[in-house]
Write a protein that binds this ligand. Sequence first.
Ligand code: IVH
Length: 684
Amino acid sequence: MSIPHHVVERVSQLREQIAYHNNCYYVLDAPEIPDAEYDRLFRELQTLETEYPQIASADSPTQRVGGQPLEQFEPVRHAMPMLSIRTETDISDAGAFAFDQRVRRELGLTPEAPPIEYACELKFDGLAINLRYEHGLLVQAATRGDGEVGEDVTQNIRTIHQIPLRLEGCDCPVLEVRGEVYMRRRDFERYNEKQRTQGLPTLVNPRNAAAGTIRQLDSALAARRKLSFFAYGLGEVRGWDIPATHRGILDRLAALNMPVCDEREVVQGAAGLVAFHQGVAAKRDALPFDIDGVVYKVNSIALQSELGFVTREPRWAVAHKFPAEEQITTVRDIDIQVGRTGKLTPVAKLEPVFVGGTTVSNATLHNEDETRRKDVRIGDTVIVRRAGDVIPEVVGVVLSQRTSSVGEPFDLYRRLGGKCPECGSSIVREDGEAAWRCTGGLFCPAQRKQALLHFASRRALDIEGLGDKLVEQLVDCKLVNTPADIFHLTMSVLANLERMAEKSASNILSAIEHSKQTTLARFIYALGIRNVGEATAKDLARHFGTLEMLMHADLERLTAVPDVGPIVAQSITEFFAEPHNREVISALRAAGVSWPETTVEQRAVQSALSGKTFVLTGTLPQMTRDEAKAQIEALGGKVAGSVSKKTDYVVAGAEAGSKLTKAQELGVAILDEDGLLSLLEHAK
Ligand code: IVH
């Protein structure tokens, strides 16, 4: 069957457009069309290629989605061996000087001779790949293997959108491009996140992710992991003028849409190498991908040839490493730490290792689910990672090294016998939460400082002067353990504290005294019950009227309060169920903290306006708006900013504007000041 001319035209048009948008999206990181539009073009091309199989082509963008799984990878003999580079083991500046010295000696240069020019680049942490283009078309991609023979991974490499399937404007017989396949950290995180939500295994680190994906026989699976590529050199070349410098080569490759990393520089002599090494070390953590060092290459290709090779390594290049960010060690124990908010975090106690520039003996396991997913057990050999200032973490277990003597699978509740390791209060894990928590908020030493600061804060008991520094001192000197202890502080104790003048001590004492007279809402808020903010505390106070009623309320009664859902209700019952918290509350009341109790009758009256919404507009003759608002709220009403069908009353004063008009339109009751006053009077 011959292919209609218009189909041939359309197919080539689509391939060109898709290749162009691929480049915008994957190489330039600047898409020009929405994803949906790209998908439409892509599907149109796929349909035409299925309909007319003769038109299929190795450089069609449709080749990037993966094909039939392979039985095995075919061996590929490299036309030019793929060498490795010598690694400078001295990670200090001296490593750079040593390399420069060796190069100068090999070239027979005197100390007076001008500095050598070097091309500096990053040492990417992935997998080396040779891309073979013949007449501009990608015909084969191979791993390094033993340097002589690698594996044919063309199908998988085609799924990497950054790698051109055709080199525009280059149809030389052979051009082999060498570089590194790697995974960006963000793509790595995203992939793992997706796996986690589906309960599937996660990848250990970006390097394993890249290597594992390329060695994957099913290219359709490879297509689902987003890999990237950076070119850093050449293999066999026929019919292509090789530029005179390494920098020139990379520039030419970049012009062919080959991804080349921008973090590269040409420098003069050892001092230039050192500056580059230091500069990159400083921004290592800010890069979007992992590197394990930098690479220095003599820039002149002529000098490179002169220097030649020793065994399998060129004399003209060296890798200068950074401190490793990952190491292997063993787990001695698993501890559980209590955070300032009561969150319980499992922490692996490790055989100390030097990683990321320091000795690490503790590494976080994040939470119970993570620990189980990674199946970290006492006695296991694990990979520890410490990148930059990030806290060290256990990224995975080396299962091949697990012995029969390892511990049981991790179970946080069993491990703690259900009790907080700091204070013995019960622990809970809320639905949908990853963390277990201690419920002894008021009592737990780990949460003490946080609890006290919250208790004294302005919207809680409002104890002026009881801030960060003072809480720190009082807790560290064991003068205050629970909020109740605040009320037993004396002049002599306070005045003896460091940097405490007598005047400020007496100010604090009077603020403490003053705070004893509070409201039920403030008191509830001050307790720091999880999920109970200021607004909820007010609702609870209004609804229950007394602390006793609140403390005895079950889930059903709690959820009857407007805006209190099952999670909030659960937090409240858990808080009051903890005897330690009840003890602190009794101690607070015994110390004289009190509030006006409302009687049942008062609350019945209060509810007269409860649930009613008011909108205030214009100027009232007697009252200010704030006064009117306070009185409405005191009787349980709410004041809103705009008029809607849900508004019960609009209180209109002089020069009321659009809100009044809107109220008239919607048929909402309209009051003047007198009307409001009589309503308030009746509600009392
Ligand atoms: S050049 C003849 N440049 O490091 C020189 N290699 O042993 C060939 N690598 O696994 C290598 N970044 O894949 C070169 N900018 C870079 C590199 C780099 C990472 C890898 C390479 C190989 C190892 C070298």
